[in-house]
Design a protein around this ligand. Structure first.
Ligand SMILES: [Zn+2]
Length: 442
């Protein structure tokens, strides 16, 4: 009798355990961030993106995702992984602001992120995490297999040594070079050519097949560079997005070969759109003209310029600057919009800035304090206030948990991290992002 009871107990334990394990193991998740990803790339015939279009037509896709402010890479990627704005996660710009108001050091260390990340909640749930080239992931303790985005400070073109130094576990970069990319020269692993996206995709593919992480995040930078040089359109942008699409194809291929494709959700998104520009504006020249350049400065992100006061309570200087902006000739006023503090707060902007300028289509800002107010500037910029569809990024989601063939009108950038956490069976407590159950299968 005792033996029988024991057998029943063991049997019950096995069934119970099995049920618990099954119900608690979520499908795998891959988040692919294509830098400068726009919905045009999958909604218009002209763009060569067969892999992404295939996922969109068999999954959920959005007309556009509204970003945070400023719509630049590092604050936006940190929102993608936390579900909160810069005012909460603490990454206000790509770089620090140097004493003189110029761009300072690039932010790269994970310890500067002040809010909970997707990697953390996934890890705390006991899931295996991986990341390739994600901004501000250096020294992230919650990523089991991490090839962070980092470069040499003395020779920024060379990313290999620094990546090797900060890759975790130690030796992982050498392992992926041996097994995935082959020995790389300096320009095989930087932003100078489209080989970067291909090599990053091969690294991700190797990690997926070898270590089978539950969640992997990857950042593909090349589509950003092409649009900075050329604006939104042109053959070079076609080549770059075709390369990013092939990188998506490489990842899908790896999932299929590892027999993981059917149990993996894939989210393809980005950080911002782009505006084509022809003219730059140097707003610090107005401050000099007014003789308040020792009391205030504009910090440019390209598409926007944030006004900082040396003394945050210096209302007199602020009013003087506002009067100046409002009294500019119409020809200058139409080059930008003034974004007030309330609008800034709504999209999570740097709480230290008192107002911002957002460039209208065709214009951008510089930090210049001398020279001409207006200069010729050819190419593309981002950073503008996220109230314009040109600056929106895209969203495509495919996999066992997503509806098929559903066009979703608009999302906010803060919605993506909580959705990702939900798919992994966990949640990001700080995020106010909305999870739309309508895009998920019951
Ligand atoms: Zn970017």
């Amino acid at each position: 009798m005792i033996i029988k009871l024991k057998q029943i107990f063991i049997l019950a334990a096995i069934i119970f355990n099995y049920t618990v394990t099954w119900s608690q193991t979520p499908n795998n998740l891959i988040i692919i961030s294509i830098d400068g990803f726009r919905s045009n790339f999958y909604m218009e015939e002209q763009w060569p993106t067969p892999h992404i279009k295939d996922l969109a037509s068999n999954g959920v896709y959005s007309k556009g995702v509204n970003g945070i402010f400023p719509t630049v890479t590092y604050p936006s990627h940190t929102t993608l992984i936390t579900g909160v704005g810069p005012d909460k996660h603490g990454i206000y710009y790509n770089t620090e602001i140097a004493e003189n108001g110029e761009s300072g050091k690039w932010i790269y260390d994970f310890s500067q992120i002040k809010s909970q990340t997707l990697w953390q909640v996934a890890k705390e749930k006991g899931l295996k995490t991986a990341s390739v080239s994600w901004p501000i992931s250096v020294n992230a303790p919650y990523i089991d297999y991490n090839i962070p985005e980092i470069w040499s400070f003395t020779n920024p073109m060379d990313r290999r040594g620094a990546t090797d130094k900060y890759a975790t576990p130690s030796g992982l970069f050498q392992e992926v070079v041996e097994n995935a990319t082959g020995k790389m020269n300096v320009n095989d692993y930087n932003l100078s050519s489209l080989s970067m996206d291909q090599n990053l995709a091969r690294i991700a593919a190797y990690i997926l097949r070898k270590y089978k992480p539950n969640v992997l995040t990857i950042h593909l930078p090349n589509t950003d560079g092409a649009q900075h040089k050329n604006g939104r359109l042109g053959i070079e942008v076609q080549k770059a997005i075709a390369g990013a699409d092939q990188a998506v194809g490489t990842i899908i291929d790896a999932l299929k070969k590892a027999d993981l494709f059917k149990k993996t959700n894939i989210i393809i998104t980005g950080d911002h759109g782009f505006m084509t520009v022809h003219t730059s504006i140097a707003p610090n020249l107005w401050l000099k003209e007014m003789n308040v350049h020792n009391k205030a400065f504009f910090f440019s992100t390209g598409g926007s310029a944030f006004l900082h006061l040396k003394d945050a309570n210096d209302k007199k200087t602020l009013n003087k600057i506002l009067n100046k902006l409002h009294s500019l000739p119409y020809g200058l006023q139409k080059m930008f919009k003034i974004i007030n503090r309330e609008q800034m707060t709504l999209r999570g902007a740097d709480p230290r800035a008192v107002l911002a300028l957002s460039a209208t289509n065709g214009y951008c800002f510089t930090n210049e304090k001398t020279g001409e107010l207006l200069n010729k500037k050819i190419g593309g910029k981002h950073g503008q206030y996220p109230d314009n569809e040109l600056i929106q990024t895209g969203f495509v989601a495919f996999g066992p948990n997503f509806q098929k063939g559903l066009l979703f009108n608009q999302l906010q950038l803060e919605d993506i991290a909580p959705l990702a956490a939900h798919l992994l069976g966990t949640l990001l407590n700080d995020s106010k992002g909305i999870i739309y159950n309508s895009m998920l299968v019951k």
